[in-house]
Ligand binder design. Structure first.
Ligand code: XUL
Ligand code: CO
Length: 438
């Protein structure tokens, strides 16, 4: 079989001093960290839409990516992409992949034809999964690219579009079942609004919840037990997306009785677009028992949009892995590289280099976070910071023994109040020490 990646051989772990650009410096799949192998903690996934389907086009210019499969078109191209995807996963020893329906197969003139195209490619993917042992982390439906979704999908004003979206998700639940997907993702690409001047928000949110309930019911009916995930994003493409961030999404799920059905798929660049850090979003999901999976990437501090760069910021990967370890791992979730090489990194090799960079950054983050936890660095600081609630009036508050009258009489005789420093800068320098020395 012809190589789409210039016959690059399998990327191996060579250790932190290796100067081989095609080797892992930190990612050693079978190395044990905090009681599990790196592979078990990280469960890396390839994002089909960026790696296999993305062209490098931007609003100002055409695609730049050199992709061997682009010499074909239609179903031939879709088949070539499958071959190339499995070759790339083999080179990287990437255990998982993720796709939207429209990444893997072209739309036909009718829904029937579109589904037939899907069936052909799904069968081919299934064969390749069987022979390679690679697995489907999650699949999803693209309900944002086609012009029919101009007003949204499950939040559209057009009932015909709502029905079409339901048919599309129904098919993807069947595909997920067929391929043994471990999760199913809903990212609300156009589930939001542009202006309240023409929008009934309550109506749209009620319909979105109805849609999710129907999806849950159908998955149950066909025996598809994958974890359902919602991927929050505050804006882009719509101005106000309904799943703005973790907190908003959790509130929505609780309001509509869906919080036992869904967890969250947290994407780093979506967090920063929402004005949060990645670790904030992971933390909010975690403390609510809803951290399910992550889309690994990073934004650019100087740009206000979703740049989907490969994650290389060790500060961020360390704090992300800290949350993930505290969560006991990601369960059936994983670390999906929802990231694309820059438009100027257009050679096929760049797909290998970029994933190595991302995988090493997360592996390093895992090592540092595990050591931070082992040494209880932040635990001890936080424990001490809230120590005033361990005895006296603080303990009374926690035990439910205090009321406004008892707190007032305490405050009246407790003068002056003494506060302690938060020591943020000192803590950051310890964090730097760990990142450099572990
Ligand atoms: C878009 C995005 C999507 C989802 C899946 O910003 O992140 O690719 O991950 O639909
Ligand atoms: Co994403």
């Amino acid at each position: 079989m012809a190589s789409y990646f210039n016959n690059i051989s399998k990327v191996a772990f060579e250790g932190r001093t290796s100067s081989n650009p095609l080797a892992y410096k930190f990612y050693d799949a079978n190395a044990v960290v905090a009681g599990k192998t790196m592979n078990e903690w990280l469960r890396f996934g390839l994002a089909y839409w960026h790696a296999m389907t993305g062209t490098g086009s931007d609003p100002f210019g055409a695609g730049t990516m050199q992709r061997g499969w682009d010499r074909y078109s239609g179903m031939d191209q879709a088949k070539a992409r499958v071959e190339a995807a499995f070759e790339l996963m083999d080179i990287l020893d990437m255990p998982y992949f993720c796709f939207h329906d429209r990444d893997i197969a072209p739309e036909g003139d009718t829904l029937q034809e579109t589904n037939k195209n899907l069936d052909v490619i799904v069968a081919l993917i299934k064969e390749n999964m069987k022979s390679s042992g690679r697995k489907l982390l999650w699949n999803t439906a693209n309900m944002f690219s086609n012009p029919r979704f101009v007003h949204g999908a499950a939040t559209t004003c057009n009932a015909d579009v709502y029905a079409y979206a339901a048919a599309q998700v129904k098919k993807q639940l069947e595909v997920g079942l067929e391929l043994g997907a471990e999760n199913y993702v809903f990212w609300g690409g156009r589930e939001g609004y542009e202006t309240l001047l023409n929008t009934d928000m309550k109506f749209e949110l009620d319909n979105l919840a109805r849609f999710f309930h129907m999806a849950k019911d159908y998955a149950k009916e066909i025996g598809f037990n994958a974890q359902f995930l919602i991927e929050p994003k505050p804006k882009e493409p719509s101005k106000h997306q309904y799943d703005f961030d973790s907190a908003t999404t959790i509130a929505f799920l609780k309001t509509y009785g869906l919080d036992q059905v869904f967890k969250l798929n947290i994407e780093a660049n979506h967090a920063t677009l929402a004005g949060h850090t990645f670790e904030h979003e992971l933390h909010v999901a975690r403390i609510n028992g809803m951290l399910g999976s992550i889309d690994a990437n990073q934004g650019d501090e100087l740009l206000g949009w979703d740049t989907d760069e490969f994650p290389t910021n060790l500060y961020s990967t360390t704090l992300a892995m800290y949350e993930i370890i505290k969560n006991g791992g990601l369960g059936s979730g994983g670390v999906n590289f929802d990231a694309k090489t820059r438009r100027a990194s257009f050679e096929p090799e760049d797909l290998v280099y970029s994933h190595i960079a991302g995988m090493d950054s997360f592996a390093r983050g895992l090592q540092v976070a595990a050591k931070l936890l082992e040494d209880r660095v932040l635990e001890n600081i936080i424990d001490d910071r809230y120590s005033s609630f361990k005895s006296g009036i603080g303990a009374d508050v926690l035990a439910g023994k205090a009321n406004f009258k008892s707190l007032e009489s305490y405050a009246m005789q407790n003068n002056p109040i003494v506060n302690k420093s938060g020591r943020q800068e000192q803590i950051k320098s310890v964090l730097n020490q760990y990142i450099m020395n572990v």
